[in-house]
Design a protein around this ligand. Structure first.
Ligand code: TRP
Length: 369
């Protein structure tokens, strides 16, 4: 990998991602101002994650919107590979899905792939990934979803529903297709080789078009799904992609649930959040205060600023004044971090309460075979 290069696959993200290049590489479409206007017109709102390009790319979102305007409803689907506790980066597509669900009045499916993470992570047992599936489900529910229009699918529990669909899919994907997309070798376990069929299955769980909000690293699975969909008499899933959320240590990779200090978990205490941000959040500031006042900081590479932009400060005016003050040197790194710490802890206080309540609701969400 050369210095300006990057890797984006479902199991490995590395380097400083150039999203325009990624769009070309993956063959997706950039979200145009036309599409933004169309969504604004239909929903009556302008979501900051769209406006700021946190969701930056799509496949056939225009078809979903056109059909919707003609009265044809779609459903939403996204998921999570339960390899650890939920971190704040995971919440981006889930929060956005909740907004889409409310605005469009559609059903939502959330897949927890305990099998996938068992196959993909040498050190995780199936018991552990199932436990994390439960923990992750609590975070999902805590975002306000309702069981009447939202179902959680756990692969090892709901296999009876998934398998007949996965079989249809699996018959149309051959080894060379999946090898070309994921770089599998003779040493790859066959669970991984089959896995795309299982991640594809929820796309066809209802006989309606599906829209999938997802981190762009998950696109390769659905490229395969889209290729085979017509072969099994189904419509291709439409996608809307979000950027990868940087870990605390900065650009060059996504937040990884396995790097304790590089990640803010939804279960972290206020004090842990404070310590992690102060100690580990990559700063765009200068080496000392004097230099910082003189030269100013760089919000574009500053992780604390990026978290505000991506998730924690929806108000554009407030965000802009933070940007300007940090850039001019008026705001110091410690002050910027203090703003973020307060925002995260405010959010987590409420989230953790709802997360507790979710323990009594989870049964209503689990898909019934
Ligand atoms: N493979 C995804 C992960 O590792 C989990 C997942 C399953 C998913 N179905 C999905 C993600 C649909 C996005 C959309 O996190």
């Amino acid at each position: 990998m050369s210095a300006d290069d990057f890797i984006v696959t479902p199991w490995h993200v590395e380097g400083d991602i150039d999203y325009d290049k990624l769009i070309k590489k993956f063959g997706t479409e950039k979200i145009s101002s036309d599409i933004l206007n169309r969504i604004k017109k239909t929903t009556g709102e302008d979501h900051f994650m769209l406006r700021r390009g946190i969701f930056f790319s799509h496949r056939e979102l225009n078809r979903i919107l056109e059909d919707y305007d003609k009265g044809k409803k779609f459903f939403l689907y996204t998921g999570r590979g339960p390899s650890g506790h939920t971190h704040i980066g995971h919440l981006v597509p889930w929060v956005f899905s909740k907004w889409l669900q409310d605005k469009f009045g559609v059903n939502m499916y959330f897949q927890l792939t305990d099998d996938e993470k068992f196959y993909a992570k040498p050190n995780l047992t199936l018991e552990e990934t199932s436990k994390f599936a439960y923990e992750n489900a609590l975070d999902f529910i805590a975002l306000g979803f309702k069981p009447n229009n939202t179902k959680i699918i756990i692969n090892t529990k709901n296999i009876q529903t998934l398998y007949p669909i996965a079989a249809q899919v699996a018959k149309k994907i051959n080894f060379s297709n999946t090898k070309a997309v994921f770089g599998f070798t003779n040493e790859t376990n066959i669970g991984m080789i089959f896995y795309t069929a299982l991640q594809s299955a929820p796309c066809f769980i209802e006989d309606k078009p599906v829209l999938i909000p997802l981190g762009v690293d998950q696109d390769p699975h659905f490229r395969l799904t889209r290729d085979i969909a017509p072969k099994i008499g189904k419509q291709k899933p439409a996608l809307i992609h979000n950027i990868m959320i940087p870990g605390l240590s900065g650009p060059g990779g996504k937040m990884s649930a396995s790097d304790e200090n590089g990640t803010i978990y939804t279960t972290d205490s206020p004090n842990t959040v404070k310590k992690k941000i102060n100690k580990h959040a990559f700063s765009g500031g200068q080496t000392d205060i004097e230099q910082h006042r003189k030269l100013g900081g760089n919000p574009d590479i500053d992780v604390s600023y990026q978290y505000l932009r991506i998730f924690f400060e929806p108000d554009d005016n407030k965000l802009k004044s933070i940007y300007d003050d940090y850039k001019s040197g008026k705001m110091l790194t410690g002050e910027l971090k203090a703003i973020l710490i307060e925002k995260i802890n405010e959010f987590l206080a409420i989230h953790q309460e709802k997360r507790e309540k979710a323990k009594d609701q989870i049964d209503q969400f689990i898909f019934e075979n």
